[in-house]
Design a protein around this ligand. Structure first.
Ligand code: AHR
Length: 546
C-alpha cells in the first residue's frame, strides 16, 4: 500500500522524547475513556418505585375482557377461520386447525359474531342446512357472502377453541320474530319444529348462548336510530328473544347487552343516559345485563395512520389517543353509577383496538392492516384500563380476531403468523378471573414533541391459587427502566416471566420472519420483600411472583 507522506518526513517517535511522552499521555487518556464507556450503561436508567399490597384484592378481572370479535368481513371468517372441509389447508370440519390451536392457547373466553355492521343485515336461515343462500356483503367490499359459515359452523368453532357464544342479533333489517326464532332454533331442548330442524341439521342437543347483543351501533350503521327509538326496540327484543336451554335458566343465564355509546360528548352521554335511566325504572318484562361501548384508536377519520413503516411521533400520537379509553370509561361509568349504583349492568367494550389505513394493494373494504410492537403496547395499556375498572367493565372484545384491524392472527392461504397483539393476550392469560390488586407508582413522563405520556403503566392481580401476577409496560421507546417493587401481603421468594419487545416500534411479524416480536423469558431479583428488575425500552412484561 502506498503512503501519500514520504517516510522520511514522518516525525520519529523515540522513547523519552517530548513527542513520545505527549503521545503516550493521549493514548492513556483514550484507553481510559474506552474502558469507562464499556463499563458504564449507555443510558443512566432511573429507578422507579412501585408498591403492591397483595392482601387487599379488589374486583375480579372478568375473563370476558379478553373476548374476541369475528365479523363476516374480508378474511376474518372466510380464509381466516373457515376454509371448508375439502380444503388442502388442514382443517376440522372446515375450520382451520392452525388457527384453532393458536386460539386455544389464548384461552379465548367468548367470541362476538356475526358482526358488527354485518349483523344488522344477517338472516340466520341463509346459513343453515344443506342449501346455503348466496348473498352479498354490502358493508364490506360488496363481495359474495356464501353463508357456508353459519350457526352450526360457529358453534363448532367455539367448541374447538373452548369459548362461549356472544351472538349479535339483527335489529336493523330483521324482526323480533326472526331473532326469537333463531334463539329457539339454537337453544330449545323440547321437540319443537325448529329444534327438530336443528337436529336434522346435525345437532340434536341444544347449544348454549352466553351473551346476546341486541343490535350493533344502532346510532349509525345499525339504522341511525335516536336513543328513544332504539330504547323502544330494545324493550321488544329483550322481551321476546329467549334462551330455552334448560341449563341456562338459573346459574348460566344468557346475558343481554344493549347498544351503548360510541364516543365522548353530549351525543353519547345522551345515549347512555336514555338507556340507563330507563333501566333504573324497568319492569319485569324487559331487562339488560350490559351496555356496549365502541371505541377505536384512530386519531382521525378516515383512518390514515400507517400500520407499519412509521416513526416515533406516530407511535406517541397513537398511544396518546388510546389512553383516552380511560376518560371515556369514566365518563360513561359516572352516568351508569347514577342509575345503577350496584353496578348490575356491565360496561361492555365490545369493539376496541387500533384502526389504521388499509395496507396498500388490499381491498379497502377488508380492513387489512399489519400489527406491530406499537399494537402490543396499545393492547396492554387498554387491558390495564379495563382491569382498573373491573367492577364495571366486565367484558371487552378486541376488533378483530383474524385478518381484520388489530388482529391476533394473520393468514394467507396455508400460511399463518401470530401478531405482537396475540402475544400480549397470551402473556395476560393469567389475569383472567384473577382478583385485581392495586399498584401505586409514580409513572414518570415520556415526552415526544408536545406529547407527554406516562412512561410506565402497571397492573397486578392474584389468581385463584393465590399467585401474584404483575404486568408492566414501559412506553418509552428509548430508555429502559429499572424498577423496584415493594411487596406486602405476599411471601415472595422469586419472580419470573416474559417480556415482549423488538428492535423498533414498528417491528412486525411476517410470514417469512414470524419471530421478530415474540416474548422472551425474564427474571427478576426478589430480596427482602422487594422485587427489582430492568424493563427494556418499549416493552410489555408479565411476571409471576412466587
Ligand atoms: O369492526 C369494523 C366495524 O366497526 C364494525 O362492523 C362496526 O360495528 C364498527 O363500526
Amino acid at each position: 500500500m502506498h503512503s501519500t507522506v514520504p517516510s522520511e518526513s514522518k516525525p520519529a517517535l523515540r522513547k523519552g522524547s517530548p513527542a513520545t511522552r505527549s503521545f503516550l499521555r493521549a493514548l492513556l487518556f483514550f484507553l481510559a475513556l474506552v474502558a469507562s464507556a464499556a463499563t458504564a450503561p449507555a443510558v443512566v436508567a432511573q429507578k422507579v418505585q412501585l408498591s403492591i399490597d397483595a392482601s387487599k384484592p379488589g374486583a375480579k378481572i372478568d375473563r370476558n375482557i379478553f373476548g374476541q370479535f369475528a365479523e363476516h368481513l374480508g378474511h376474518g371468517i372466510y380464509g381466516g377461520v373457515w376454509v371448508g372441509p375439502d380444503s388442502r389447508i388442514p382443517n376440522t370440519r372446515g375450520i382451520r386447525k392452525d388457527v384453532v390451536a393458536a386460539l386455544r392457547a389464548l384461552r379465548v373466553p367468548n367470541v362476538r359474531w356475526p358482526g358488527g355492521c354485518f349483523a344488522d343485515e344477517y338472516h340466520w336461515r341463509n346459513g343453515i342446512g344443506p342449501q346455503r343462500v348466496t348473498g352479498l356483503n354490502p358493508n364490506w367490499g360488496g363481495v359474495i357472502e356464501p353463508n357456508t359459515f353459519g350457526t352450526h359452523e360457529f358453534m363448532d368453532f367455539l367448541e374447538q377453541i373452548g369459548a362461549e357464544a356472544y351472538l349479535s342479533i339483527n335489529l336493523g333489517t330483521g324482526t323480533p320474530r326472526e331473532a326469537a326464532e333463531w334463539l329457539e332454533y339454537i337453544t330449545a331442548a323440547q321437540p319443537t319444529t325448529l329444534a327438530k330442524e336443528r337436529g336434522a341439521n346435525g345437532h340434536p342437543a341444544p347449544f348454549k348462548v352466553g351473551y346476546l347483543g341486541i343490535g350493533n351501533e344502532s346510532w349509525d350503521c345499525g339504522g341511525n336510530m335516536t336513543p328513544d327509538y332504539y330504547l323502544s326496540q330494545l324493550k321488544i327484543y329483550s322481551r321476546f328473544v329467549r334462551n330455552y336451554n334448560p341449563e341456562q335458566q338459573e346459574k348460566h343465564r344468557m346475558l343481554k347487552i344493549a347498544v351503548g355509546p360510541g364516543g365522548s360528548g353530549p351525543r353519547w352521554t345522551e345515549w347512555t343516559e336514555t338507556i340507563m335511566k330507563a333501566y333504573q325504572n324497568h319492569q319485569w318484562s324487559w331487562d339488560i345485563d350490559g351496555l356496549s361501548m365502541h371505541s377505536y384508536t384512530v386519531v382521525k377519520w378516515p383512518p390514515s395512520f400507517a400500520s407499519v413503516g412509521f416513526g416515533e411521533t406516530e407511535y406517541a400520537e397513537i398511544l396518546k389517543s388510546t389512553l383516552e379509553m380511560e376518560r371515556l370509561i369514566d365518563e360513561h361509568s359516572a352516568i351508569m353509577d347514577k342509575y345503577d349504583p350496584q353496578k348490575k349492568v356491565a360496561l361492555v367494550v365490545d369493539e376496541w383496538g387500533a384502526w389504521y389505513a388499509p395496507l396498500p394493494g388490499t381491498n379497502p373494504g377488508f380492513l387489512v392492516q399489519q400489527n406491530s410492537l406499537r399494537d402490543a403496547i396499545l393492547a396492554a395499556l387498554n387491558l390495564n384500563i379495563f382491569a382498573r375498572h373491573a367492577d364495571r367493565v366486565r367484558m371487552a372484545n378486541i376488533a378483530q380476531m383474524v385478518n381484520v384491524l388489530q388482529a391476533m392472527i394473520l393468514t394467507d392461504q396455508e400460511k399463518m403468523v401470530l401478531t405482537p397483539t396475540y402475544y400480549v393476550f397470551k402473556m395476560y392469560a393469567p389475569f383472567q378471573d384473577a382478583a385485581f390488586v392495586p399498584v401505586t407508582f409514580d409513572a414518570g413522563t415520556y415526552t415526544r414533541g408536545d406529547i407527554r405520556l406516562p412512561r410506565l403503566d402497571a397492573i397486578a392481580a392474584r389468581d385463584s391459587v393465590g399467585k401474584l401476577w404483575l404486568a408492566i409496560t414501559n412506553i418509552d421507546p428509548n430508555q429502559p427502566a429499572e424498577i423496584e417493587v415493594s411487596l406486602a401481603g405476599v411471601a415472595a421468594k422469586s419472580a419470573a416471566g416474559e417480556t415482549l419487545t423488538a428492535p423498533k416500534v414498528d417491528s412486525v411479524n411476517t410470514f417469512d420472519a414470524p419471530n421478530t416480536v415474540t416474548p422472551k423469558p425474564v427474571c427478576a431479583k426478589v430480596e427482602g420483600g422487594k422485587l427489582s428488575m430492568k424493563l427494556e425500552a418499549k416493552s410489555v412484561t408479565v411476571v409471576a411472583v412466587e
